[in-house]
Design a protein around this ligand. Structure first.
Ligand code: FAD
Length: 393
């Protein structure tokens, strides 16, 4: 099977797809376009913020993919022409494809919250893409005065990693409890319900006492204006909150290349055929990961990895003139309340009447004992090693 497949984005979805394309069809000509030589995962970046892990331990490279025969090009895809089937690259060159797979992850909707633009993110980091933003937020947390308030603003749905803000609040609270015990965490949320809410709230009560305060939408938690210089936020009904460290998790959309390729709709995300993850708007362009509309699957690394495999198999089937297999997917998201206390949500998804349906799911029991919670924290580490090995190793 010889054909040229171009993959844009070497994160969870794209690196997995490139690997499984090459593994399942070794004669395919697979090119992976990714600007960064080192990829830092968002999963476990909250542990870096809490001083539990190093940046090195969440870094991955593309050596194994190269050894497998994937051509890895470190530049940015700037544009896609679906008529000539060409991707133009940041270095001025362009490549043709028979099939194109995009897994560009998210871009921030700058100024969706008044005052929150690229310059503001240098003072009030989002750290919702891992790397320099993670380092910056870590430095700010370390430099925070004892007695200060870490303010985290959380967006409305849909966004990358539904439990992510609440795990971050938990692990920052853990760090503060050890190094700045008079400090607090305040979460200002643009919604009234969030992932694993019951388990998080119970965990906070068990472990963090009143160190973490959560304010939902109906309690005036929605932030509408940010003054990054003053580290102040203003809510919908005009309350001003002053932060010692301000972490804005802003509204998001699909990475810009999805717009350029014409695969996004008015929501800013990408509708796909759930069986193949081919765009419903542009033929021969497949999209996986956070950029897609794949609800009820969450925007998680686990889901992106699973979707990458499904799209790789569908691309090979299409090139061979075969019908795609009907896929099913799984997702597990672990979160840590502290290093000894893990919780999880797991689900299996199948196609039903042409749509993705959750066919079974569950969360950790609410009455679990300390041994169980510790085991789940250990499983989180096991999960991280396994998925990063599957994706980049
Ligand atoms: P990404 O992994 O972000 O990869 C996108 C890649 O595309 C990037 O490398 C980028 O450089 C590249 N790219 C973008 N545009 C272009 C372009 N034009 N040209 C070339 N390359 C481009 N998920 C879990 O499953 N478990 C967790 O425990 C978990 N914890 C998280 C904690 C936090 C704090 C956060 C923020 C997220 C967490 N996630 C977790 C979610 C996970 O990070 C994402 O769902 C996952 O990264 C999505 O994969 P992706 O391939 O869509 O995007």
């Amino acid at each position: 099977l010889s054909a040229r497949v171009v993959v844009v984005g070497g994160g969870f979805g794209g690196a997995t797809a490139a690997k499984y394309l090459k593994r399942n069809a070794p004669d395919l000509d697979v090119t992976l376009v990714e600007p960064n030589k080192v990829f830092y995962t968002c999963p476990f970046s909250n542990l870096v913020l809490a001083g539990m892990r190093t940046m090195d331990s969440i870094s991955h490279n593309y050596n194994e993919l190269r050894e497998l025969g994937v051509r890895v090009v470190h530049t940015t895809a700037q544009d896609v022409d679906p008529v000539s089937r060409t991707v133009s690259l940041g270095d001025g060159s362009s490549i043709r494809y028979e099939k194109l797979l995009l897994s560009p992850g998210i871009d921030i909707r700058w100024n969706a919250i008044e005052g929150y633009d690229q310059a503001a993110a240098e003072q009030a980091p989002h750290a919702w893409k891992a790397g320099d933003q993670t380092r910056l937020l870590r430095r700010q947390i370390e430099a925070m005065d004892d007695g200060g308030v870490f303010v985290l603003t959380a967006p409305a749905n849909p966004f990358r990693c539904p439990p992510g803000p609440y795990e971050r609040a938990s692990l920052v609270a853990h760090y503060l409890s050890q190094h700045k015990p008079r400090s607090k965490v305040l979460i200002l949320d643009a919604k009234d319900n969030f992932s694993k809410q019951g388990l998080f709230m119970q965990g906070w009560k068990d472990v963090h006492g009143d160190r973490i305060e959560w304010v939902g939408l109906s309690g005036d938690g929605k932030v509408v204006r940010v003054d990054a210089g003053k580290r102040e936020v203003e809510t919908e009904f005009g309350t001003i909150h002053k932060a010692s460290v301000l972490n804005v998790v802003p509204p998001q959309k699909a990475g810009f290349i999805a717009d350029r390729a014409g695969v996004t709709n008015e929501s800013g995300w990408v509708p796909v055929d759930p069986v193949t993850f081919e765009s419903t708007q542009v033929k021969d362009i497949y999209v996986v990961g956070d950029a897609t509309i794949a609800a009820p699957m969450p925007k998680s690394g686990f889901a992106a990895n699973a979707q990458g495999k499904v799209a790789a198999a569908a691309i090979i089937a299409a090139l061979e003139g075969q019908r795609p297999l009907e896929p099913s997917w799984a997702n597990t998201c672990y979160s840590l309340i502290n290093p000894e206390y893990g919780i999880s949500v797991a689900a299996v998804y199948r196609i039903q009447e042409g749509l993705i349906h959750e066919s079974s799911s569950g969360v950790s029991p609410s009455d679990a004992n300390a041994t169980f919670r510790k085991l789940e924290a250990d499983y989180a580490s096991g999960w991280y090693s396994a998925i990063t090995q599957d994706t980049w190793g």
